[in-house]
Each structure stands twice: as C-alpha cells, then as structure tokens.
Design a protein around this ligand. Structure first.
Ligand code: PLP
Length: 365
C-alpha cells in the first residue's frame, strides 16, 4: 500500500469517520460490552441490541431537537430508495408534488417521482450549471401540492440552502444526505427529512428518515411492504432485520458529537473550516469557486483552475501527499473538497498549504 498512516480523505461519500469512533468500534469489535460477541453477530431481537438502537435514536433526537410528533426510521436502500418512497407514501389528495432542482440528485429525485404522480419543477438553476439556489416564495408552489421537495445540500455542485423555503403549507420534504448534523436546522419546518448515512453519520447501508407522524399511513394498499413508512414506524424500524452494525456505528458517532458540543459547536467548526477554504480560494489567482457566495456548501467545497489538465495534475499531486479524493464528481470535473463533520481542521490547513504551493509552482504568466 502507498500509505502507512491515515490520510486526509476528502471523499464526498463514503467519507471520513471520527478517529475516536473508529478506535472505539475496533476495541469493541470482538466483544461488545461483555456480550461475548460482536455487534455484527448479534441478534437484532436481543435486549442488548434493543438498547443500542434505542440509545442511537434518543441521541439523534437530542442532537437535532426532533419534536415528539416526528418518527425516526432506520432504513436501507440509500437516499435513492427515498426518491421512490417519498412519492409512494406522500402523494395523496392531488397526487401533485413540486420539486426544486439544484443539482443532479434533485433531478433524479424528481424523475423518479414522475413515475407516481404529477410532478412539476417549481424552480431550477440548471441554466446556470447549478451555481446558485433559486430564491423561492410561496407563489412558486402549487397550493394543492401534496408536498414540495428540496435537496438541502447539493453534494456535486457544492451548494446549500441558507434558509428553509416557505411552501405556504405543503409539507416540505428534504434530502439532507450531505448536510445532516452539520448545522442547526428547525426540524419542525419540515414534513420529512431523509439522509443516507455515509457522509456525516456512519458507513453506507443506513438511511435515516425523520417524518411527521401525521404523514405516515397513506401508502397504497398494493405498495411493496418495505416501501410503506407505516410498517417501519409501527415496528420500531425492526419489521425486518435493520442494518444493525451501521446503526451501532451511527450511535457511536452521535455520542461523540454530543460529547464534542453537539450540533451548535459542530456548525461553528464547519463554518470555520469551509470559510478558511473559500477565503483562500477567493483570494488566490489560480483557483475559482463557481457557486454564488451566499449559497456555498459548508460540506462540499467545489473549485476549479479553469484548465482541465491542471485540475488533473492538482488531484494527482495532492493525492501523493496524502490529500485524497479531491477530484470533482465525474459529471462535472474540477476539484471538490468534501469537509464533512469528521474532517479535522488540520486536514483543511494541510489542503490550503498544498494549494498555496501548487499555485506558486503553476502560476500562469
Ligand atoms: C444529496 C444526495 N442525495 C442522494 C444521494 C444518493 O444516495 P445513495 O447513494 O445513498 O442512494 C447522494 C449520494 O451521494 C447525495 O449526495
């Protein structure tokens, strides 16, 4: 292998987990809490496991201040399955839903929903290569829409909603895969939030759904059983075998986040990390961040040199120094530094130091 140490991994997901959590998981791997077995081997119906999942849910509720009338579901299938489950469960009276397009994940969500109902694009920044979040008001949404869907943080283009849009009453559904737990958000403003775990929470394999209880129970009778939120809500996410080990790791990440000051402190650290990077990029002559300043993601910092060959050289040389996965998404190229919760500030400092040296060595005349 190339590295005999842990490196700074800027991957958009799966991505870095807190080292303390990895070490705790390693220490508990063979014998969890005196059970004589690994959580990987444990029945999800055991008392020990029930405590693990209950504690994980309680800590997530505390961290995000989830109101009591919301259910938390631990599911599988990734955010991609939610692109289907959301319309299957939430399209009801009008069978209409409005989607805001801020990138390819939003487009995919809207496309999938189109199989199930009357889906309209309420606003889009596609014409500007998704470089901003459209300004939204009630007038943008159909008054009888069953729900409105947004992608809170766009992982690929690196943009984020800096406020929660007013839908005028339609439940707001949000894909928060690449932003969950990174900043304080009023959960009560949403009807449903979903997030794949593999960025800020845990290894891949777990999808978290936070849903207002009154929106549950309306899946069509002939819907496949796994796709009905009601089944999962009524069975404590244990209708079938849950992604047990991943939920355990998620629970350890929640404990770690609580111990390090909760979401408020994490948001401050995230703003500092991303702020430093954007400030450096904005002040440099070689790099440019294409996203409108007020809509820039705290998690995925996208930048380019404007020269594809130079971008490739940047990514390769950075990797050789142990700054990995800095290439932009395969659909847009350039660079992307994903600085999720677990990226330490030292990783950002090391990246800026590299960028400075690369700029000096590759300065254009
Ligand atoms: C915002 C967003 N939505 C959806 C997805 C797809 O998630 P999954 O691979 O868990 O289905 C991703 C993956 O990176 C994402 O970033």
């Amino acid at each position: 292998m190339e590295f005999d140490r842990r490196i700074y991994n800027f991957s958009a997901g799966p991505s870095m987990l807190p080292q303390e959590v990895l070490e705790k998981v390693r220490n508990e791997l063979l014998n969890y809490g005196g059970s004589g077995m690994s959580v990987m081997e444990m029945s999800h119906r055991s008392g020990t496991y029930q405590r693990i999942i209950d504690e994980a849910e309680a800590n997530l509720r505390e961290l995000l201040e989830i109101p009591d009338d919301y259910k938390v579901l631990f599911l599988q299938g990734g955010a991609t399955l939610q692109f289907s489950m959301v319309p299957i469960n939430l399209l009801r009276a009008s069978r209409k839903a409005d989607y805001v397009l801020t990138g390819s994940w939003a487009e995919k969500a809207a496309q999938e929903a189109g199989k199930f109902g009357d889906i309209r694009v309420a606003a889009s920044s596609k014409e500007a290569k998704f470089s901003y979040v459209p300004k939204l008001s009630r007038a943008d949404f159909r008054p009888d829409a069953d729900y409105v869907h947004i992608t809170m943080n766009n992982t690929i283009y690196g943009l984020r909603y800096n406020c929660v849009p007013d839908t005028g009453g339609a439940p707001l559904v949000c894909d928060w895969s690449s932003g969950i737990l990174s900043e304080r958000v009023d959960i009560g403003k949403f009807g449903l939030i979903y997030a794949g775990a593999q960025k800020n929470i845990a290894p891949a394999g777990l999808t978290i759904v936070i849903v207002r209880a009154d929106l549950i129970g309306f899946a069509p009778k002939d819907a496949p059983i796994y796709l009905d939120y009601g089944i999962h809500a009524n069975n404590g996410s244990m209708y079938n075998t849950p992604p047990a080990f991943t939920i355990y790791v998620a629970g350890e990440v929640f404990k770690h986040l609580k111990a390090s000051g909760g979401v408020t402190a994490q948001e401050r650290r995230n703003r500092e990390k991303a702020g430093k990077l954007y400030d450096y990029i904005d002040g440099s002559r070689l790099y440019r961040a294409p996203v409108a300043k007020e809509d820039r993601s705290l998690m995925n910092v996208v930048f380019v040199t404007g020269d594809e060959a130079l971008d490739k050289k940047f990514v390769a040389e950075a990797r050789a120094e142990g700054l990995a996965e800095l290439n932009g998404h395969r659909s847009i190229g350039g660079m992307r530094a994903s600085v999720y919760n677990a990226m330490p500030p030292e990783g950002v400092d090391a990246l800026i130091d590299f960028m400075r040296r690369f700029e000096r060595d590759n300065a254009r005349a």
